[in-house]
Design a binder for this molecule. Sequence first.
Ligand SMILES: NC(=O)c1ccc[n+]([C@@H]2O[C@H](COP(=O)([O-])OP(=O)(O)OC[C@H]3O[C@@H](n4cnc5c(N)ncnc54)[C@H](O)[C@@H]3O)[C@@H](O)[C@H]2O)c1
Length: 457
Amino acid sequence: MNAPHDLRHLEAGSVEMATAFAARAAARDLTIGIIGLGYVGLPLAEAFLKAGFRVFGYDVDESKISAIKASRGYIKHIPDHRLRDMNATGRLTVSADPAALGGPDCLLLCVPTPLNQHREPDISFVESTCRTIARTLRRGQLIVLESTTYPGTSEEVMRPILESSGLKAGVDFAIAYSPEREDPGNIDFDTTTIPKIVGADSDPERRMAVAVYETITEVVPVRDMKTAEAVKLTENIFRLVNIALINELKLVYGGMGIDVWEVINGAKTKPFGFMPFYPGPGLGGHCIPIDPFYLTWKARAHGQSTRFIELAGEVVSGMPRIVIEQLTEAMSTRLRKAVAGSRILVVGLAYKKNVDDMRESPSLHLIHMLRKRGAEVDYYDPHIPEVPHNRDHPEFAGLRSIAWTRESLAQYDAVLISTDHDDIDYQLLAETVPLIIDTRNAMRDFVETHTGKIVKA
Ligand SMILES: NC(=O)c1ccc[n+]([C@@H]2O[C@H](COP(=O)([O-])OP(=O)(O)OC[C@H]3O[C@@H](n4cnc5c(N)ncnc54)[C@H](O)[C@@H]3O)[C@@H](O)[C@H]2O)c1
């Protein structure tokens, strides 16, 4: 990695520092450090390499460092050839050595922000990363938090830890917050086509962060870090509340003999004032089941209630149980069989279609509930051949996806479609299995031809 330019002679935090930094960003003469090379950090590293920068990637997980060095993809939608292209630039350095963090001109933090077992924010990854950075923090560096978190984290948690170095934010070094809005697997949008919100608590710091991000995409600056943190949470709370609403409407309309999918298809033809959300077997993924509760927690500290968020969480967390009830009823009325002792196949383990990410996926929860009720349960997911170690259901680690053949499918009494991956032969399913509980409307093309065996749940 090239030696960073020395900004020590400048009045750091000043207009001059920002001007010099912005000029170097425009000339691609900065080393961009990315901390946390997961779903968010890796595509970000790629975007800055494509923009012409030197990139330094850091992760505590040594297996990711060796995989990148060997151009071995570890995220399905970022295959080997993209890692090869990144390495071929000659501008990528990766390491698990924290001593190297003093080198880059800016550090973008893309570390996890999960909930703990009490469903409260776990910002220990942000804290430990900041402590690591503080050891090598130098004048002129820009530190940006990208992880999703509650308003106030950058100001109340990140700033004091970094300032324990003896340097002062906004004077000696700069901090900013810029939420990641990546939607992994979405072929219509990526890091370079999604506008980037950038918030900082002073003009020079904001200018520095804007200068970095505007080299890869359109930037939307906001007043301060807590506003930027609130923008990200608002986006995900909006999704949670609407997903909960459409799931509730599914049940209400279902009771009236109305198909919610047809309702949505009709409503979405309105060119304004309506945005389609779709029902499913429950909430999944690293964002929507988690992020809204960061705000709930913080709101409590301010004596505010978040009834909408709590209610939405309650409605969607009840969905897996309702799906199991619908499956139980359909098995008893249509097959004259009980769940106990039956063979059931869950189709789709990923939390959404066409990805290999099963974090917080409702599918494992469904498998757990079915097994508890005495069913023999297998799964099929073309993107997840084997269940990896996971926090929620460690007992399922090592379970393998079945083969998708007429013979194997014929062994099941019922199939529960939990994720509607595109590359699944639904025709074969329609032909072989006596009962299909479909939570995603994946069987819409076969409902007429196979009436009686397909139940929309
Ligand atoms: N995945 C998404 O779709 C998405 C979208 C928008 C925002 N986000 C947010 O972005 C953040 C990162 O999410 P992700 O999906 O990339 O997570 P991830 O688990 O895929 O990646 C995080 C990486 O950080 C590494 N890490 C953990 N602690 C570290 C430390 N102390 N120092 C260096 N590296 C460390 C982990 O080894 C891992 O490789 C989270 O706050 C998440 O909420 C995620």
